[in-house]
Ligand binder design. Structure first.
Ligand code: ZN
Ligand code: ZN
Length: 378
């Protein structure tokens, strides 16, 4: 079987997801903190719990019911998506005030301690809930209850992230040789993006970064009209989206002769990235992975040029918990998906970053982005 067929199979033969189990686990977690209802307004969390992918909808989970309110644009879509999640959900279409409809359902279900998603509702929304929608009910912050469930990926979620990584790998394998032909950053980014879509990605994970020469010293450079030329380091940071799940990978290539200083930058960052990957295992502190990467770069004298954290969780959001940084309190667990992405950025030389997306296991990590780290475009 060719690589392309493997990628096509990975994208199309996706195992079913366990929405029912997620709602059960949410109810357990709600019980642990004394909530008998939770209003889910973060649309990524809505998708996680009931499969709805539209841009407007509110979910209410109580002890014995799940209610979903959306507007008339999503009548058909909500029936098919929410219906196929397997979760018994009562759908209501409300054009004007979905939160009032949800409040009425909470009241009818006898909810007395209702959680609101503190990271997604505004101060104005909160005031409306307290003063107008449910004045007699105790309202509490959700304390990232759904985000916490999302930390550990089910096998079906890991399969989607793995497929997204496979698409990104294959797209770079097909396009990297073009770097030798002097494209502009934006031309190369467009080629990479369209190749991912042809291979089955629903979209890109985020705006592809192609940062060449001095632009590489800006970690989040937007690709522009600069022509990629001999002597450049080129930082390429990109990902594919498959059924809502992201991938995230960075490779740094060098074009022609980049000189000893840039070669050394590359070698140090590669050594740092491999040290970080080596440190990933269930039970380790995320901050320890960060310090393994940082140590190598510090020792080379470039500590001040590693200007960001080592990595982040990847899933339905491109940046999610757990963070892999010096300030992170997270302990890595089997089923977490995180990136390891040290970098060094020096205005006179450019930038080097190398990043993989990995699945944490009991014995180490499963590297989901498989592209070799050789710097020559080939
Ligand atoms: Zn990235
Ligand atoms: Zn990243």
């Amino acid at each position: 079987m060719s690589i392309t067929e493997n990628v096509a199979g990975a994208v199309s033969d996706l195992p079913a997801m366990d929405h029912v189990g997620r709602v059960d686990r949410l109810r357990d977690a709600m019980g642990d903190v004394g909530l008998d209802g939770l209003v889910v307004t973060n649309l990524t969390n809505v998708r996680y719990l009931c499969g709805f992918t539209g841009s407007a909808g509110v979910l209410l989970v109580t002890g014995n019911h799940v209610h979903f309110v959306t507007d008339g644009r999503y009548t058909e879509q909500s029936r098919s998506e929410v219906g196929s999640s397997g979760v018994p959900i009562e759908i209501e279409i409300s054009a004007s005030e979905p939160d009032r409809a949800i409040a009425a359902r909470a009241k009818a279900d006898g909810v007395s301690r209702l959680g609101l998603e503190e990271n997604s509702i505004t101060w104005a929304d909160h005031t409306r809930w307290v003063k107008d929608l449910l004045p007699g009910t105790e309202l509490l912050g959700s304390n990232s209850i759904v985000e916490t469930l999302r930390l550990v990926k089910e096998p079906a979620e890991a399969a989607r992230i793995r497929a997204a990584c496979a698409v990104a790998d294959e797209a770079l394998a097909r396009t990297r040789h073009l770097l030798n032909e002097g494209p502009t950053e934006i031309e190369f980014a467009m080629e990479l993006d369209s190749t991912m879509k042809r291979l089955g990605a629903a979209d890109v994970s985020f705006e592809t970064i192609v940062a060449s020469g001095p632009n590489g010293a800006k970690p989040h450079h937007h690709p522009g009209g600069r022509v990629i030329a001999d002597g450049d380091l080129v930082v390429i940071d990109f990902g594919a989206l498959v059924d809502g799940y992201h991938s995230d990978m960075t490779r740094t290539m060098w074009i022609g002769d980049v000189g000893k200083a840039r070669e050394r930058m590359f070698e140090i960052v590669l050594e740092s990235q491999l040290a970080g990957m080596e440190a990933v295992i269930a039970g380790v502190e995320a901050s320890a992975v960060d310090s393994m990467c940082r140590q190598v770069i510090d020792d080379a004298g470039w500590g001040d040029a590693f200007v960001h954290g080592t990595g982040h969780g990847v899933g339905l959001d491109i940046h999610e918990e757990p963070r892999v940084s010096s300030r992170s309190a997270a302990i890595l667990e089997p089923g977490h998906v995180v990136t390891v992405e040290p970098g060094v950025y020096i205005p006179e030389l450019g930038g080097v970053r190398i990043e993989d997306t990995v699945l944490v296991t009991d014995t180490g990590c499963d590297r989901l982005t498989r592209t070799p780290k050789t710097p020559q475009p080939g």
